[in-house]
Design a protein around this ligand. Structure first.
Ligand SMILES: Nc1ncnc2c1ncn2[C@@H]1O[C@H](COP(=O)(O)OP(=O)(O)OP(=O)(O)O)[C@@H](O)[C@H]1O
Ligand SMILES: [Mg+2]
Length: 367
């Protein structure tokens, strides 16, 4: 009965000895391997494998296998066709000799299916990533909007009293003789108050950036003009400029003064990150972006440097207003202003960086 069962089973079953020699094969294994039973009985299990498989660890331990072990092995049919199989090795002893019962399953279709599932999974993960990125952008924008309002509120409240103080101080200066013992002190009060007025004005500019006044502009030319303004710093830091401008980039409607400000802020950061020289990469090309509304084209300016890079934990904060690693040398407003400007243009700004390798900033302006 056992013999009839094994013989009639749809599962290919093979029995081998400790050296891998085939000593039994059922009917299904004939179909499966394309060898006849006679042929199978003269073969070693290694002969059923793809040429690169016999070196596998499992074949060196056949006599020592203690419990059923299932492995994926590439098998080769008599016709030479290689396919993926799952082979289970079940050990048993027969009259004092080691035997292994092998069952074979073709898993090619399973694995291909798994591959497809993985692909779908990756696509899904990508979608999630995109969603998270949009959420991040949204968070950033609302944080900025809040900071903007706060700054505007404070600036407004301080602006008036400062103006009044300045007016009175100037009155006093006009009234008193130049050699008055307090004249010097009052002049200092005037200077410092004027400085405060300047700071507040900057803050107001930041808080209430004017809406873009769009003109049709050649981005290549705009970038060229911007970098020309920075030549002194570029020379001083011994920075080499490497340009890659794509052909056929259309002129687009932007506010050139505002976008120039973005280019300047980003390039200044890049130059500051390379105090001992390096490469400033300037690329402009046209991209179609799938994250946005159907088929929106963007002109992308890519500004890269080979400078010190940004710590991973700081990367999320570089767009925050007042985030700076430059101590008193930076206000930390550069990139947040850039982001506001790009938001107002319905564009985007992205930063990618590796510590010690460099930083790449991509600026997308919609066509
Ligand atoms: N190209 C870059 N390489 C290395 N770090 C950078 C780069 N660009 C930005 N950063 C980091 O991001 C921070 C914020 O940049 P941001 O331009 O907003 O402010 P800042 O340069 O510090 O000051 P500000 O631009 O107001 O003078 C910087 O302090 C720096 O740590
Ligand atoms: Mg800066």
């Amino acid at each position: 009965m056992l013999k009839a069962m094994v013989e009639g089973a749809t599962l290919p079953v093979i029995v081998i000895d400790g050296d891998g020699r085939i000593i039994f094969a059922n009917k299904s294994s004939e179909e499966f391997t394309e060898y006849s039973r006679q042929e199978l009985l003269g073969l070693n299990v290694r002969d059923l494998c793809a040429p690169y498989e016999p070196g596998r660890y499992i074949f060196s331990t056949l006599p020592e296998i203690k419990k059923t072990t299932e492995v994926d092995i590439d098998l080769r049919r008599k016709s030479g066709r290689v396919f993926m199989a799952s082979v289970s090795f079940s050990p048993f002893d027969h009259r004092g000799s080691r035997r292994l019962l092998l069952t074979l399953r073709d898993v090619t279709t399973n694995r291909v299916q798994e591959g497809k599932t993985r692909e779908a999974e990756e696509r899904y993960r990508k979608l999630l990533d995109d969603r998270n990125m949009l959420q991040d952008q949204l968070n950033r924008s609302s944080k900025l909007a809040f900071m903007g309002e706060l700054a505007a509120g404070i600036a407004h409240e301080i602006n008036n009293p400062l103006g009044i103080i300045l007016g009175f101080v100037q009155d006093i200066l006009e009234e008193i003789p130049e050699d008055h013992p307090l004249a010097e002190s009052i002049k200092i009060i005037e200077q410092e108050t004027a400085r405060c007025v300047g700071v507040v004005k900057e803050l107001l500019d930041f808080a209430r950036l004017r809406p873009p006044q769009r003109r049709r502009v050649d981005m290549l030319q705009l970038l060229e003009d911007s970098v020309a303004l920075l030549m002194p710093g570029i020379k001083k830091n011994k920075v080499r400029i490497i340009k890659a401008y794509a052909n056929g980039v259309p002129n687009i409607e932007i506010d050139p003064d505002l976008i120039r400000q973005v280019f300047l802020n980003v390039m200044i950061n890049a130059i500051q990150a390379m105090p001992y020289g390096g490469e400033l990469g300037l690329d402009i090309d046209l991209v179609r972006c799938r994250q946005s509304q159907q088929g929106q084209d963007y002109v992308r300016a890519t500004i890269s440097d080979t400078g010190r890079g940004i710590h991973e934990e700081d990367l999320d904060r570089v767009f925050d207003p007042f985030f700076t690693t430059k101590g008193t040398k930076g206000t930390g407003l550069g990139l947040s202003v850039c982001q506001r400007i790009m938001d107002d243009h319905r564009g985007r700004i992205e930063i990618e960086s590796r510590r010690g390798v460099g930083t790449t900033c991509r600026i997308y302006s919609p066509v």
